[in-house]
Design a protein around this ligand. Structure first.
Ligand SMILES: Nc1ncnc2c1ncn2[C@@H]1O[C@H](COP(=O)(O)OP(=O)(O)OP(=O)(O)O)[C@@H](O)[C@H]1O
Length: 224
């Protein structure tokens, strides 16, 4: 099996203020190298699903597999390690540390993982920045670069531990069409050339149409 991510019978309830069945028997998988998008009206459960798939929310029913390993029921320490090693995140807002340099920001998740020397981590970070054509930004403070550049730095940071999958919540939501297209092209290249899997929540239909597959959600379900 070549599935990077597999969701089986995922149900989620919010218990307050009233019992609310937000995700209803979701089943799907993301294959190695697949570039998928999740679309659906506001409030249909996209972000809730992404929290579960990224192992940040463990309060759900059903099973979640990452790289064919069951992650449901594992303890927080294991999940935190798993997230850092196998999942790269890109959000609508970049969450870079503004007083740190671009290079330092990209290095952070690898420092947290602590599996390589600082020299190796720095080399890896420069390599990721080169891959995204922004190595010239390495010494700049994150507060001193443009919005489009910040999002590319956030992608470099998401790639630093060579994850199996990139998950994004509206990663182009805050960008103009030129920079949004740029981000799409980077994702496409990562999937085509490096076999990286991507799962991106988006409201941008043009973006979604160009991905390999649109997972369409409505009222907590996946439409076939
Ligand atoms: N912590 C919570 N407690 C109770 N209800 C919640 C909670 N978080 C979200 N909801 C509700 O669950 C539903 C799904 O929310 P979610 O944020 O997943 O939607 P979404 O599809 O990502 O929306 P958007 O496109 O606007 O970001 C919404 O009706 C929301 O109000």
């Amino acid at each position: 099996m070549d599935n990077v991510l597999e969701a089986r019978h995922i149900d989620k309830y919010f218990k307050k203020p009233v019992l609310f069945h937000v995700l209803k028997d979701l089943n799907f998988e993301i294959k190695k190298g697949e570039f998928a998008s999740i679309m659906g009206k506001s409030g249909c459960g996209k972000s809730t699903l992404l929290y579960i798939l990224s192992t940040m929310d463990t309060d759900y029913e059903g099973e979640l597999y990452l790289n064919n390993t069951l992650v449901t029921g594992k303890d927080n320490q294991y999940l935190s390690y798993l997230r850092n090693k196998h999942i790269g995140f890109v959000f609508q807002f970049h969450y870079l540390l503004s007083e740190f340099t671009v290079l330092e920001n990209v290095m952070l998740p690898a420092k947290k993982l602590a599996e390589k020397s600082l020299e190796e981590i720095e080399q890896d970070a420069i390599e990721k920045l080169k891959m995204l054509d922004i190595d010239h930004l390495a010494p700049k403070r994150a507060s001193r670069i443009s919005g489009g550049e910040k999002q590319r730095v956030a992608i470099a940071r998401a790639l630093i531990n060579d994850p199996s999958i990139i998950m994004g919540d509206e990663p182009t939501g805050n960008l103009d069409s030129y920079n949004a297209n740029n981000v799409f092209n980077i994702f496409k290249r990562l999937s085509d050339e490096q076999g990286l899997s991507l799962l991106i929540v988006t409201h941008d239909e043009e973006f979604a149409k160009k991905t390999d597959r649109i997972i369409q959600m409505s009222d907590g379900r996946i439409l076939q």
